[in-house]
Design a protein around this ligand. Structure first.
Ligand code: PEP
Length: 250
């Protein structure tokens, strides 16, 4: 949709050391001119690399963000990082509610929503993840599950400028499996309808990314599906060439 500039976002997960900086610098270097005109690009490195990446992107416009945040601004929460801290080092965005956080750290919709509200408070773009498990899809519950996650995870103040929804079927993450283009279009259409119902005309402008085993060879097809406004990319975002190929497909 021309009204919604596509966003291609790379989630590095728990990968990347200081030696990975040149890979990011190559992404920044390629993100000029024609590409920048047509697609927004974001990279979510581990928190250890946030400061250096945010510094490296200065002026070019590749968004750098964190993979998680605590809802609060500061306090006695050992090991956590606040939205304000992310913003302080030049971070512009944060992923909340990734299925690995929901599974590994017991994050509920209410927790995800509190984190998203924290992100908005600190003026970070919140990339809010939803998605069903294989069992839920096989049981015919995918739309219900995602509808419930959406209702519970999105802040009331969500706007197209402050949030992005990422639909990531859990069974497609890191597995090489993807839904059919028809299934992606069905889910994205459903999410679009829910966003419009809740947020009115603003909801129609909120970007909806697809995530789960996106790679250069399937990106064009998945990104062309109705109501798909970009991709959240895990494994394939670690190599600059693959990530840029996906961005060019958007
Ligand atoms: C992700 O975890 O956000 C993701 C989409 O991973 P992958 O691309 O590796 O499936």
């Amino acid at each position: 949709d021309a009204a919604r500039k596509p966003l291609v976002a790379g989630n590095w997960k728990m990968n990347g050391l200081s030696a990975s900086a040149p890979e990011f610098v190559r992404i920044v270097g390629a993100y000029q001119g024609a590409l920048k005109e047509v697609v927004d690009l974001a990279v979510f490195p581990p928190a250890t690399l946030l400061t250096s990446f945010a510094t490296a992107t200065r002026g070019v416009g590749v968004l750098v963000g964190a993979q998680d945040c605590h809802p609060e601004a500061s306090g006695a929460h050992t090991g956590d990082i606040s939205p304000e801290m992310i913003a302080d080092v030049g971070g512009k965005a944060v992923i909340v509610g990734h299925s690995e956080r929901r599974a590994d750290h017991g994050e509920t919709d209410a927790i995800v929503r509190a984190k998203a509200e924290g992100a908005l408070r600190a003026r970070l773009l919140a990339v809010i993840c939803v998605g069903e498990t294989r069992e839920e899809r096989d049981g015919g519950k995918a739309l219900d599950v995602v509808g419930t996650q959406l209702a519970g995870s999105l802040p009331e103040a969500a706007t197209a400028a402050t949030v992005v929804v990422a639909y990531e079927p859990v069974w497609a993450i890191g597995t090489g499996l993807t839904p059919t283009v028809d299934d992606v279009a069905e889910m994205h259409g459903f999410i679009r309808a829910r966003l419009s119902a809740r947020f009115g005309p603003e909801g129609a402008k909120i970007r909806i990314l697809y995530g789960g085993s996106v790679k250069p060879s399937n990106a064009a097809e998945l990104l062309a599906a109705a109501d798909v406004d970009g991709a959240l990319v895990g494994g394939a975002s670690l190599k600059a060439d693959d990530f840029l190929a996906i961005a060019r497909a958007a």
